[in-house]
Design a binder for this molecule. Structure first.
Ligand code: PLP
Length: 379
């Protein structure tokens, strides 16, 4: 399928090549160099995190976060079920067991009640969970007051998967800075990109130092060549970090553009009774990485809508299928009800690129409204 309008394409600022050129001019074509240092500093400045580590992907950052927290074989990690698979897979990499937690309907993220049930259940069995991974889905911050409170109360470390949420805020503070460790992604379709990359954020220097050591093959800082632990090659390239520096200079504009897409959709479509947007509450400011909504209309599935819009060259996407329903994870425990399943069954994400023009938004809106009102013949 050749789309005219993509879901979330990369959007260059024009400032990236300056830093990429600097990398070439100085021959820092390596997973070390001045662009990486400057990008990490820029991430700290922007998010308010004390420390940052740039790595090769968001998935690598989650893996390193688990390793930095000392999580390994036989441990239990409580993980939001409604998410992209990269939130959960690193739990398996370290030999731990993911236990999935349902969502609540306001933010679509981890339900604090189900989270507490799970913590108490495993604590009672003498198997207190070793970490919680909460996600800010499509940019919408989770119920962070409740989640942070529960993790503190039960002394379980919190990892925030903010891969989709750079620039989102909760009570004026940036997403990714509430947990013991926060994770970002700079994959090609995220709000800013390094072509592929990620980062780990933390106020605790020792987590970042541990992760930096493991990300660079765990080579011991001694005179000769020595290894006492198994490491990884997870560093970000200095060339990619150059793209990231150029992108980070326009992050505020990108957040404004994506939020404007959402408000345009919301203003135009919220009168249609069957449409329910991902809302959040007054404490939350989503970067609206993707504009997400549910269509509660009988005999009109998300698949029908996707196909009708695809035939017009418009790329939409269904909401993630929850992890506890995936063939690879369906035998693992799950806490809570069926909120994430119904979000999967009724949810879609609309084109949300920061380069969308008003004319294109208007086009998407009229085609979607026509499909919902059934004026459009479904193929
Ligand atoms: C994109 C994404 C990741 C992983 O990021 P990569 O950089 O693609 O490895 C992790 N979690 C969520 C929720 C994501 O959307």
């Amino acid at each position: 399928m050749q789309y005219k309008i993509h879901l979330s394409p990369p959007h260059m600022s024009g400032r990236e090549m300056k830093y990429v050129q600097q990398a070439f001019d100085t021959n820092w074509i390596a997973p070390v160099g001045p662009n990486i240092d400057a990008f990490e500093e820029g991430l700290c400045r922007y998010t308010g995190s004390r420390h940052a580590l740039a790595v090769s992907s968001g998935t690598a950052a989650i893996h390193l976060a688990l390793l930095a927290l000392g999580i390994g074989k036989g441990d239990i990690v409580l993980c939001q079920s409604l998410t992209f698979v990269a939130t959960a897979n690193p739990i398996m990499y370290v030999g731990a067991t993911p236990v999935f937690i349902d969502s609540e309907p306001v933010t679509w993220n981890m339900c604090p009640n189900a989270l507490e049930d799970a913590i108490l259940h495993y604590a009672h069995l003498g198997q207190k969970p070793k970490a919680v991974i909460v996600v800010h889905l499509y940019g919408m911050p989770a119920m962070l007051d409740e989640t942070v409170y529960l993790c503190k109360k039960h002394e379980v470390p919190l990892i925030e998967d903010a891969a989709e949420a750079l620039g989102s805020e909760y009570r004026g503070r940036k997403a990714g800075t509430f947990g013991d460790i926060g994770v970002l992604s700079f994959n090609g379709n995220k709000i800013i990109t390094t072509s592929g990359g990620g980062a780990m954020l933390s106020d605790h220097a020792h987590y970042i130092e541990k992760a930096r050591f493991l990300a660079t093959q765990a080579r011991e800082p001694v005179g000769h060549y020595e290894h006492r632990e198994i490491g990884y090659s997870y560093g970000m390239s200095n060339v990619c970090a150059g793209i990231g520096r150029g992108q980070l200079e326009v992050i505020d504009m990108r957040v404004r553009q994506r939020r404007a897409n959402f408000f345009t959709y919301q203003n135009a479509l919220s009168r249609i009774e069957s449409i329910h947007f991902q809302t959040g509450n007054a404490d939350m400011s989503s970067n609206r990485w993707l504009s997400a909504l549910q269509i509660k209309r009988e005999h009109l599935s998300p698949e029908d809508i996707l196909m009708a819009l695809a035939s017009e060259g418009i790329e939409c996407r269904r909401t993630w299928k929850p992890m506890h329903c995936q063939p690879i994870y369906k035998t693992l425990p799950h806490f809570g009800g069926s909120v994430s399943e119904s979000l999967f069954e009724r949810g879609i994400c609309l084109p949300s690129g920061s380069d969308l023009t008003y004319a294109r938004l208007a086009d998407i809106i009229s085609k979607l409204a026509a499909v919902i009102r059934n004026k459009h013949r479904l193929q």
